[in-house]
Design a protein around this ligand. Structure first.
Ligand code: PEP
Length: 257
């Protein structure tokens, strides 16, 4: 068994306003308070408009729940209407930011080059990126899922120094399994997560590869998380739909119970 601490991160996407966010995080904190869940790291990734409220709650009540954003601008400031910068996120003490989620790649034309710039922007401002990679259905059916995903890893990590890459989180999210209820088998998850770890050995070193956390994402729920987490190269999950239900998310976090 690895000594990597699993990271269970809830990607709320464009759901929950700031009042709902407060109620939701309070519910999580209450449900997790009676349990030493330090062996699992818990994070929520709310919309930008919720971050200040979540920060106030987490800081004020000294909650162990971490939080982060769903995107980051490649620019630090300036005339980029609608964008949110790294300095703004680090001022809010965000621990994480997702980069290259498939919905951003699909609806906002984010390329591996953009993702690489966002990964670097996150590190520049002390935020840990969760780099999302994964293939669509066509690629999976053609049997090219591993090569496709590794190319996204290569692109996202291009010229990233080892000191930074050592703390990155990579989320393997087969696009065909996101929000579809179609979950990859634990073996599917292991195949690609294992290949990503091998790629990190080739790009950096065995030591670095062994330290990096690789999550699985795609229709994770309480009923399937334990089998997925039993795989040696899966170090947590990026959870979308199921993260909006506090009880379900808590059950996922407590997958060892
Ligand atoms: C996601 O948004 O990253 C995700 C995995 O969504 P879902 O769990 O709903 O498939």
């Amino acid at each position: 068994m690895s000594d990597r601490t699993p990271l269970m991160a809830g990607n709320w996407k464009m759901n929950l306003n700031h009042l709902e966010a407060i109620a939701h995080v309070q519910k999580l904190a209450f449900a997790l308070a009676d349990k030493d869940y330090e062996t699992v790291e818990v994070a929520v990734l709310p919309p930008f408009t919720d971050l200040r409220s979540v920060q106030t709650l987490v800081d004020g009540d000294k909650l162990k729940i971490k939080y982060g954003a769903q995107d980051i601008s490649v620019h630090s400031s300036g005339a980029y209407t609608g964008e949110i910068s790294g300095p703004m996120l680090s001022k809010l003490k965000c621990s994480y930011v997702t980069v290259g989620h498939s919905e951003r790649r699909q609806y906002h034309a984010e390329t591996d080059e953009t993702c690489n710039a966002k990964v670097k922007a996150a590190y520049q401002h002390g935020i840990t990126p969760i780099l999302c990679v994964g293939e669509g259905l066509k690629v999976r059916k053609a049997g090219n899922h591993v090569a496709h995903t590794l190319a996204q890893v290569d692109g996202g990590l291009q010229d990233l120094p080892a000191e930074q890459a050592a703390s990155i989180v990579i989320a393997y999210e087969p696009v065909w399994a996101i929000g579809t209820g179609e979950v990859a088998t634990p073996e599917d998850a292991q195949e690609v997560c294992g290949a990503i770890r091998k790629r990190l050995v080739a790009l950096y070193s065995r030591e670095l590869a062994d330290a990096v956390r690789i999550q699985y994402g795609g229709s994770v729920k309480a009923a399937n998380i334990a089998a997925i987490m039993a795989k040696p190269d899966v170090d947590g999950a990026l959870i979308g739909g199921a993260a909006l239900d506090a009880d379900e998310f808590v059950k996922i976090v407590r997958f060892r119970d």
